[in-house]
Design a protein around this ligand. Structure first.
Ligand SMILES: [Zn+2]
Length: 476
């Protein structure tokens, strides 16, 4: 069986064939670091993470690159408005690099909280200006770009395939275009590759004078530098399709003469309580804010990956609570199996159980092979857990096998607490006694048992399904 994914370029589900057997190159448009990234931004990053984890699980060697945009992204995604970083810098009376540093740190922290596997590299736009200039030079030499004063523009009429990703035709775009403000451009849809602006805070020397790069050229330069002129998969949010990715294709294919990317994967927007997320609605929550509200980081991850990437996901606090309960169910099963693994009974795995694990893994794969059908994949996992719970007692060999199956699945989902240290028997005994005390409404004993568990360096947390124990200090 092979992976099938929806390719925005062909507008259909295609069988994934890597350029090189066993290897996959993925480029993901990363954050523009002018503010704290919010949950809406992270949905697309998490889809890239899920895809990458699944490909790695299936044995592919994945090279994943995610850029950090720290210059050139204007408030209007096309070609107008202020540079987002400059605007933030002026507002906060700081240097743009300082702004970039603060919000890059915030992005990396949130990525870590969400258990996103770091890409092989996070290239920064400001560290690749030379690579961008090199491509712009080629585009000018080949006649795809033109120089006006100290500015360089891409002439969209020179690239016959312009519009092939978004489906926009130049005729349609021109008909809907605003009255052209920029008299320098030959066509309204031409976009800047290099911009001259004496007031811009970040400037670099170039063959066309001092200036800064356009946003689109950054991704063309950084992707080809680390993945080659042609690579397998490019990911982003649906808002990146036009103009950003359309322009990336125009630049890269004109410069290299090769097909730029084979598969374009775009994640749909996140809604919050049924509404579009926006600054004015005040619903642009950051990961850190949700954690401060008491939600768990793995519940946020679970919620954000739990629906299909080509559907809008409606993010709600109720949904986060449900995500937490789902994780607790898995964690509780892991806990039970960890105990059963200590069982003295060994020997062969009973046939129904053996069948259960192989079935579960095959169905989990089949679901994700089907254009990352995550809902189906999660349903497979919960069916498995229900069967394991139903099986009850089992020998240690079987328990180890069941546990291994869950861990394999979690290497893709990434929602369980990091391979916790095994909980010692005496702590589990204390926890069980506490559970019994609580059931008997003997809260005094329950509190005393909790104190004993804490004194041993473990934390016990109540969950809808019972409790869970992990290493740690009581946080105040
Ligand atoms: Zn990009």
């Amino acid at each position: 069986m092979d992976l099938k994914i929806y390719n925005t370029l062909s507008r259909r589900i295609e069988e994934f064939k890597p350029l090189q057997k066993g290897r996959v190159g993925i480029y993901s448009c990363g954050p523009t670091v002018y503010s704290h990234p919010h949950i809406g931004n992270f949905r697309s990053f998490l889809v890239a993470d899920l895809l990458k984890r699944f490909l790695e699980f299936k044995g592919f060697a994945v090279t994943h690159i995610m850029n950090i945009t720290d210059v050139g992204h204007l408030t209007d995604d096309a070609d107008e408005g202020a540079d987002k970083l400059e605007e933030a810098a002026k507002k906060q009376k700081k240097d743009p690099l300082e702004i970039a540093k603060v919000y890059t740190a915030s992005f990396l922290e949130a990525s870590k909280l969400l258990n996103i596997k770091p890409p092989n590299k996070y290239p920064k736009a400001t560290e690749h200006i030379g690579d961008m200039i090199d491509i712009i030079k080629v585009l000018v030499d080949k006649g795809f770009a033109y120089v006006v004063g100290n500015n360089v523009y891409y002439d969209v009429t020179k690239f016959a395939d312009y519009g092939k990703l978004s489906g926009n035709t130049l005729d349609d775009l021109n008909a809907g275009a605003r009255i052209e403000i920029n008299q320098e451009k030959k066509n309204p849809q031409d976009f800047a590759l290099w911009k001259h602006d004496p007031k811009h805070l970040q400037q670099w020397p170039s063959p066309w004078g001092k200036g800064f790069p356009g946003w689109h050229i950054e991704c063309s330069a950084m992707s080809s530098k680390y993945l080659g002129a042609q690579f397998d998969i490019h990911t982003g949010g649906e808002d990146n399709i036009f103009p950003h990715h359309e322009c990336e294709i125009a630049q890269s294919e004109a410069a290299s003469g090769k097909k730029f990317v084979n598969y374009w994967l775009h994640t749909r927007f996140l809604l919050f309580d049924g509404e579009k997320m926006s600054k004015s609605k005040g619903n642009l929550y950051t990961i850190q804010e949700l954690i401060e509200k008491g939600f768990r980081k793995n519940a946020i991850r679970y919620a954000l990956i739990s629906s299909h990437y080509r559907q809008n996901y409606n993010f709600t606090f109720d949904g986060l609570n449900a995500a937490q309960q789902a994780i607790d169910k898995i964690q509780q099963c892991v806990l039970t199996l960890t105990e059963l693994r200590k069982n003295k009974k060994q020997g062969a795995i009973a046939e129904p159980l053996r069948h259960l694990t192989s079935n579960c893994l095959a169905e989990f794969d089949a679901a994700l092979y089907e254009d990352l059908n995550i809902s189906k994949a999660l349903a497979v996992l919960f069916d498995f857990i229900r069967e394991v719970n139903k099986a009850g007692d089992m020998n240690s060999t079987a328990a180890a096998e069941m546990l291994d199956t869950i861990n394999k699945i979690d290497s893709v989902l990434g929602v369980l607490d990091a391979a916790d240290e095994e909980v010692p028997g005496n702590i589990i005994e204390l926890a069980e006694n506490r559970k019994a005390a609580k059931l008997n409404k003997d809260f005094k004993s329950a509190d005393a048992l909790r104190a004993q568990i804490t004194a041993e360096g473990w934390l016990i947390e109540d969950t809808p399904g019972g409790y869970r124990i992990k290493r740690g200090e009581e946080s105040q």
